[in-house]
Design a binder for this molecule. Sequence first.
Ligand SMILES: [Zn+2]
Length: 275
Amino acid sequence: MEINVNKVQSFKGGLTPKILNDFRNINVKKVEEDFSSVGVDARFLNNKFISGSSVLVANILNEISGKYKLPFDFLPFSIRAYDDKNLVCDTLEKCRGFCITDTKCVLNGEGPFIGTSLFFNNSLLKFPILESINTTINALLNNMSSSHFLQTFFHEWFHCIQNNLIYEKYGYEGKCPVLRAKYYKPEANGLYITQEKDVITNFLLNPQIREQVCKFVSKYAGKTCLYSEFFAELMSKITINSLDSKLNPIKNPLDNIPKGLPLPLKEYVEKILNI
Ligand SMILES: [Zn+2]
């Protein structure tokens, strides 16, 4: 699977009146310029929620990276807010967001995008968020690793971080000229690894292990049986749990890894993070 997908979800946690107010006052054009100045091609369709959340997540991960010496300071090549009607592939409709591991055309009239770009759904992730909660969405809410409003953003960002770490370590051998220039290694198999054909092992398909993943990470991670979804769900959960109510990182996220998580899964995270 090349594109990692989340189901529609709404949020309960973390949105304080102050943060809501900051979001309402955000200048989206200025945020796009700020991202552009650090090499990120960002277009947010004037969506204050997506642009504000993207800034928060980039800043929080950068701070955690410096404070706890973790490789979280990766920025995606592109960030896009999109409308469902502009998707090339309708299987992505009603998703909150997705990440591409390799170059791909995903939006009509744009792209192809560079691998490790991020996409967020303009109609699902917007104000008034709180009014958008309904029974269907609430039923899905419990499937993800956190109900915090930044969960989607951390989740997708960690897909990018994981791809970057895999490409740095194992190289990139695909067609994307930008990724080849950045990560190319002869006889590399990084792209193959991100596509997960060789990392979906019997381990994650073991019913007892899946039960543990559902219990300690999320139902979504346990159901998908993909290491990348497990990684994005675990990392978003432990990162969110390391923030105070003002979104300051006050703890090393790795200290929040659940003690009961099966050892091979802990070892997989350590291997990806190179620790
Ligand atoms: Zn995902």
